[in-house]
Ligand binder design. Structure first.
Ligand code: ADP
Ligand code: MG
Length: 397
């Protein structure tokens, strides 16, 4: 079971609560292009401030590599947070030292303060106990709401949790609850759809999923490697010959774990990888010598959708085709809508991964799945069955 505590019942009135957030928002020409991360953080901050805490927000931003890089300051992000929250939000130009101390000392109950980029100090990424201690000196309670940074053992994601009473924030809680419902104790049958370009980047994921799920659908270019390993003609399709043995081993291991594997039966192919070229639908074992498989075909798409309808729980990572380039988005878009419809009918659907989230957004169904993780690497590592240091450190002692 979960070994972390949510915020329920924690008395925070008058306490200095250090909230580790992920404010690493996309920025272009000094402007924030997507507020999602800020919006998802706000429930935790609103709740804590509403209960009379002094809310002190910690976050990394970009990769300053332990030095002060003015372009990577959190100051504009703090302003954006204030705008989203519609409350005054103070900012201190360092996360430790006299400036941080003075800003914290000036706080009243319900106030919000953002501290400067934690990665301006080299001790953040090296998980230096001295940095964690200096940050902890400004707090009474630690709340980690940055699941997306929990796969890193850094001073503010891991070290700090050992120095103060530590809790999961509401976003961390939602993410963990969704992932546990999908993989730790799923309603069965549970299936996973894994797509994307390479088996090599998803090896740990596939190896873990076959021990946990009843059905594994393999799509995207990584299906090419599995099919080629079984002797199919793949033409010029993207695939990884060096991983044929691995692909065969995964299929064998899946059988011993009672996991059914579903591979494509047809492909949409083209001789050129460009928007709207001439295409052809062919059998998955007979891609013409000059062509590339760029999307799974209509028969495969319908088979996958029929299989999804039999599931109670679905995990989805990786598009079924080269969805950035039409018409090779066809199967991914059709599947996204079918998953949204099945979710309305009771399916528990959890999806994650940078390109997967982009594809779901393109299909306009992000809000219609049970949970779409924006955590990227942390989502994948969790699905790979790895222990996330930032989550492990929240275990009560
Ligand atoms: P995620 O970011 O969701 O984890 P991946 O990064 O593993 O997903 O995979 C996404 C990429 O896989 C996309 O850029 C997509 O174009 C590519 N892809 C999927 N199928 C194919 C294919 N048949 N040929 C070439 N690229 C493909
Ligand atoms: Mg990707």
């Amino acid at each position: 079971m979960a070994d972390w505590r949510p915020l329920d019942g924690v008395d925070v009135r008058g306490k200095r609560v250090l909230v580790r957030a992920d404010l690493n928002v996309p920025l272009r020409d000094g402007r924030i292009t997507d507020l999602t991360r800020i919006e998802r953080l706000s429930p935790t901050i609103v709740e804590l401030a509403g209960k009379g805490a002094k809310v002190i927000v910690l976050s990394h931003f970009d990769r300053p590599k332990g030095k002060v890089v003015p372009d990577m300051s959190l100051r504009p992000v703090a302003a954006a947070l204030g705008a989203v929250l519609r409350r005054p939000t103070a900012f201190a130009a360092d996360c430790i030292g006299p400036e941080a101390e003075a800003a914290v000392a000036a706080m009243a109950e319900g106030d919000i303060l953002v501290l400067e980029n934690t990665r301006f100090h080299p001790g953040e990424e090296s998980n230096d106990p001295a940095l964690a201690k200096a940050i902890a000196a400004n707090g009474d309670i630690f709340v980690n709401d940055a699941f997306s940074a929990a796969h890193r053992a850094h001073a503010t994601t891991e070290g700090l949790a050992h120095l103060l009473p530590a809790y999961a924030g509401r976003l961390m809680q939602a993410e963990l609850a969704a992932l546990e419902a999908a993989l730790s104790h799923p309603k069965r049958p549970v299936g996973a759809i894994v797509g994307g370009s390479k088996v090599s980047t998803k090896l740990d994921l596939l190896t873990n999923l076959i021990t946990k799920v009843d059905l594994l659908v393999i799509g995207g270019a990584m299906a090419n490697t599995f099919l080629a390993a079984q002797g199919a003609e793949l033409g010029k399709s993207l695939q990884e010959p060096a991983l044929h043995d691995t692909a065969r081993a995964i299929v064998e291991s899946a059988a011993t774990h009672g996991c059914r594997i579903l591979l494509p039966s047809d492909f949409v192919v083209s001789e050129t990888f460009a928007p709207n070229p001439p295409t052809e639908t062919v059998s998955a074992n007979a891609v013409p010598a000059n062509a590339m498989a760029l999307d799974v075909g209509p028969a495969t798409t319908e088979t996958i959708i029929a299989a999804v309808k039999e599931l109670k729980t679905l995990i989805w990572n990786g598009p079924l085709g080269a969805f950035e380039t039409p018409p090779f988005d066809t199967s991914t878009m059709r599947l996204a809508i079918a998953v949204a419809e099945a979710t309305a009918g009771g399916l528990i659907s959890v999806a994650g991964g940078g390109d997967t989230v982009a594809a779901l957004r393109l299909a306009g169904v992000t809000d219609r799945l049970t949970y779409v993780s924006s955590a990227g690497g942390a989502f994948l590592e969790w699905m790979e069955g790895k222990t996330l240091p930032g989550v492990a450190a929240l275990a009560p002692r």
